[in-house]
Ligand binder design. Structure first.
Ligand SMILES: [Zn+2]
Length: 303
């Protein structure tokens, strides 16, 4: 197994744009350049700009390495995107947007946007991965202000999420996902309705799975111990790193946390995966990101 690469080592390797261009090219066009308009695989490379421009031999369509990806339109240097990617994926790092702004020497808004675009690529990848095989589903709560509050206030701040996992024959969790259930603040209790469970099963569990085990109580002892432990660590994991996140963006943080935990089994596994997502996830604008996230699990029957 390869040794873990530290952030300093990573930073030395990707210290300039040329190193980043090489690796991004090899991911995006693994078998060589392909024109997105006509499919031809020959191009002239124009090197007069910050990033090389590829002009198709046949239809003369021009494109760049970041065109169509989440980095499209960004004026931030590629190596800064790479550093952000590393810090988000690294399980031992605890960098938030404020700290990232200092590391990259960019504004807070730019750092926030870079992190959220990377989170968006994680959410897109998760949306395509359905739970399969032996599936267990339960739920728990995230509390964005769990410090110094009495029990009734704490309950008011609770945001429910449904947690589902694929298990292997040994009962080990091989994949899991956490999906926020949007519940109106006027609703007295903060538990999911039947429709929420139904929506989760439709959206996130493969149709092959006829009998998923659904446990509709928090901390149900019949559920997988690992899945329960994951549920229990959500609040502290998110709050320790981000000091509490708003319900509006909770889904992005739940997806990020799931990604980080799932990829913590091998050194730098998450970083390698994120490289691919960075180069292949289609673009999203700032406006779309700050509106209700389109990838979040929507509560359909809000009271
Ligand atoms: Zn072409």
């Amino acid at each position: 197994m390869a040794d873990e690469v530290t952030f300093d080592q990573f930073r030395k390797k990707y210290c300039d744009e040329a190193a980043c261009v090489d690796v991004l090219t090899s991911i995006r066009w693994r078998n060589g350049f392909v024109c997105s308009r006509c499919g031809h695989n020959g191009a002239t490379i124009i090197n007069t700009r910050r990033l090389p421009l590829y002009q198709c031999y046949t239809c003369r369509h021009q494109t760049s390495l970041i065109k169509g990806t989440i980095m499209e339109g960004s004026r931030t240097a590629l190596h800064k995107w790479f550093y952000a990617l590393f810090l988000l994926a690294d399980p031992s790092s605890s960098t938030n947007a404020l700290q990232l702004a200092k590391v990259l020497s960019v504004t807070y808004k730019t750092a926030w946007l870079i992190f959220h675009k990377i989170r968006y690529s994680i959410s897109c990848a998760d949306a395509k991965q359905l739970l399969n095989g032996l599936v267990e589903v339960t739920y728990s709560h995230y509390n964005h202000q769990n410090y110094g509050l009495d029990a009734s206030q704490q309950q008011h701040n609770q945001e429910p999420f449904i947690a589902g996992a694929s298990l292997n024959l040994f009962g080990e969790v091989t994949y899991f996902k956490l999906k926020h259930v949007h519940i109106s603040s006027f609703r007295a209790h903060r538990d999911p309705y039947d429709t929420d469970w139904g929506d989760f099963l439709i959206q996130h569990v493969h149709s092959n799975v006829k009998f998923p085990n659904v446990y509709k109580y928090t901390n149900d002892f019949r559920a997988s111990e690992t899945l329960l432990l994951i549920c229990q660590m959500v609040t502290d994991s998110i709050n320790d790193r981000y000091f509490g996140v708003s319900p509006k963006h909770l889904q992005a943080y739940l997806d990020e946390l799931s990604f980080r935990v799932l990829n913590s089994v091998r050194p730098n596994k998450g970083v390698v995966k994120l490289f691919k997502l960075l180069a292949t996830t289609t673009t999203i604008t700032y406006k779309q990101l700050i509106s209700t996230p389109p990838h979040s699990y929507q509560f359909v029957n809000a009271a």
